[in-house]
Design a binder for this molecule. Structure first.
Ligand SMILES: Nc1ncnc2c1ncn2[C@@H]1O[C@H](COP(=O)(O)OP(=O)(O)OP(=O)(O)O)[C@@H](O)[C@H]1O
Length: 231
């Protein structure tokens, strides 16, 4: 069987120093290449905390996070940053596009972070992604001239420009109306099917969760349910 893109082994997370609060309790989770999974659960249950650990933005108190088989607890901060740039893509509820740059420049940013200076190939790659999300004509527009759904499509192009093996999406449609949400969601699904990219999508919307192949539910810092969705 193909190597998992993600493995969590006994991951716990505590916050605070004098008063310690445990928010994740020994979470085990495996995601395989091409999986399209929803992460659901009540507010405060630990979804964002878990996503931050998987995204290598924070370290677990105990346990291990393996990305493509590599134990990330062995990496220093530079190693984590490289792993993040090479293997992971991020999509947030609020897209965090940079207002002073055009759409295509925003999409190029993760490539720049890796290599340091822009090249014509980077621009071509970013344009190809913008065309793939239906925004080839808007490449030179600043984010402020785009609708909410268009801005989120630029953010998706930016997340995918490095061909990550795993994309982490935190409420990617939380800020959009229902029709636009479905369009944005279908776009993620298309990349999943066409490129085999794995997705882990935090959502509060049960209808969107039901469109995924697997639903992982977290309650009070523990996985309470993890099952496939019958389509
Ligand atoms: N930096 C922090 N310091 C202390 N406590 C924190 C910190 N971040 C989160 N928490 C606490 O950890 C728990 C889990 O929070 P988390 O943001 O992971 O939940 P969530 O499931 O993502 O919630 P929501 O759906 O509302 O975004 C909450 O009780 C929260 O108050």
């Amino acid at each position: 069987m193909a190597e998992p893109v993600l493995q969590l082994r006994g991951v716990t997370k505590d916050y605070g120093e004098e008063v310690v609060t445990r928010v994740l309790f020994g979470v085990d989770l495996t995601l395989r290449p091409g999986e399209f999974a929803a992460l659901v659960g009540p507010s405060g249950s630990g979804k964002s905390t878990l996503l931050n650990l998987i995204g290598l933005l924070d370290r677990p108190t105990e346990g291990q996070v393996l990305i493509q088989g590599q134990d990330t607890s062995k990496l220093d901060d530079d190693g984590l940053a490289r792993m993040r740039a090479r293997s992971l893509g991020f999509i947030f509820q609020f897209h965090h596009l940079l207002g002073a740059f055009t759409a295509v420049e925003n999409v190029m940013m993760p490539l720049l972070a890796d290599q340091g200076y822009p090249t014509p190939e980077m621009r071509e790659r970013a344009l190809a992604l913008l065309r793939a999300v239906g925004l080839g004509e808007r490449a030179e527009s600043p984010p402020s001239k785009l609708s909410g759904g268009q801005q989120q499509r630029v953010a998706i192009a930016r997340a995918l420009v490095t061909s990550p093996r795993l994309v982490l999406a935190d409420e990617p449609t939380g800020n959009l109306d229902t029709g636009t949400s479905v369009q944005v969601f279908e776009l993620l699904r298309r990349f999943n099917v066409e490129q085999g990219t794995s997705f882990l999508i935090v959502t509060h919307d049960p209808r969107l969760a039901e469109r995924c192949d697997r639903i992982i539910e977290i309650v009070d810092g523990r996985i309470r349910r993890d099952e496939p969705v019958a389509h």
